[in-house]
Design a binder for this molecule. Sequence first.
Ligand code: HEM
Length: 403
Amino acid sequence: MSLILIVLVGSGIAISTIGVFAFKWWSERHRYRCLENLPSPQGRHWFFGHGRQILASVKEKKYFKLLFDWAKELGPIYVYWISNTPIIILSDPKLMENTLIDGVKQGAWVRTPSGQKAWNDAVGPILLGQNGTEWQWRRKAWNPEFTSSALSNHLDLVKQSCLQVIETIKQIPQTKTVKADPLFVELTMRVISGLLFGVPVDKNDSSPTNLPLLEIDRTYEAMSVITYRYLRIATGEKMWLKYLPIRASQEYWQARRYLEQFLAPRIDLALQIRDNSDRDWSEVSSLFKESMLVRIATKNTKYNRASLISESIQLLIAGTDTTAHSLSFALAELSLNRHIYEKAQNIVDRTWEKYNGINADSLRELNYISAIFKGVQSKTVAGMPMCLHIGIPTPAILDGIVW
Ligand code: HEM
């Protein structure tokens, strides 16, 4: 008798648990019904959605290739599903920019908790992992640094970095094929490190005094370890795995330590300059004193050592691959379109001669080059995954990835 009772009670509990899950599942599915009208990749599983395809692509390091292939097939806006959660992919640069700037600013879009957690766990809380006021104060601090007038003060640094890459190309024997992408990675990393952290372009110059030199290959390797872990966390890997003695976590800590060791001495110096502004800092190079790091640290006392380290690693990661690979794609397109290449070359040569190099005025005359770059981006940008949450408390949730 008591056995029958146990079976009956057990079945009752099991049925009601299943009922609760089924109801939750059904109401989520119902909630996003309107998104069913957007184009969506084939092969959606009734329970996993496209989850298994996404996980497989992350494992094979082909996630963005998959997004890109789907965008070619489905257009600039489509949706894929992780179980019942819709992930909207935008691959139109203007649409992406407007959504990020207006959508996040007005609070209509916010980032998903999973994407946020993954970004913030890369090192510490960063711009890319924030919403609302936490996002706004960071964004407000960085915005003035990235205006065209602020950036045009640093064109010399861009010129020096380009000249150094040209020197490298000249040293490669003519019989050897020049691999463009590593050159663009080096160029981009030197420009970003110069602008952000005051790292001199000259490979052997360690000023201001005894700061670690920028080692392109090791830095790039460390960045890719952090980025790949971000992708795995965003698609379901548990964050605590980093505390287990497994190879992936050892690589993660090694990469993180390496980047921190490169950045921390610069951040310490920037904070010393901020806290002792009356001291004579003439022994420190003007490149460093005018770097974004010193300006941000000085202007914004909300930033401390730890948050400047994580924000700096984010900027290095967010800026390098995006810019370098965009340049590689642009070069590939130009090599396939000879007449556009020749026209671009004529315009650049003419402008260079007229202004004796690059400056703010010469850039204004290079609309043709901007148009080429924009065209290439429209063709090649893999997409910005975002996730819509319709309903309260916010009408939409955005989960973006930079490259
Ligand atoms: C062609 C080059 C670039 C492309 C295609 C690109 C693309 C993007 C995209 C699509 C986003 C939105 C991602 C999201 O919201 O999750 C983004 C955000 C961001 N990018 Fe870039 N990016 C480029 C260059 C750079 C550079 C050079 C830097 C800095 C050195 C940078 C730093 C950032 C940061 C900090 C964010 C987060 C902005 C925010 O949350 O307000 N990016 N980028």
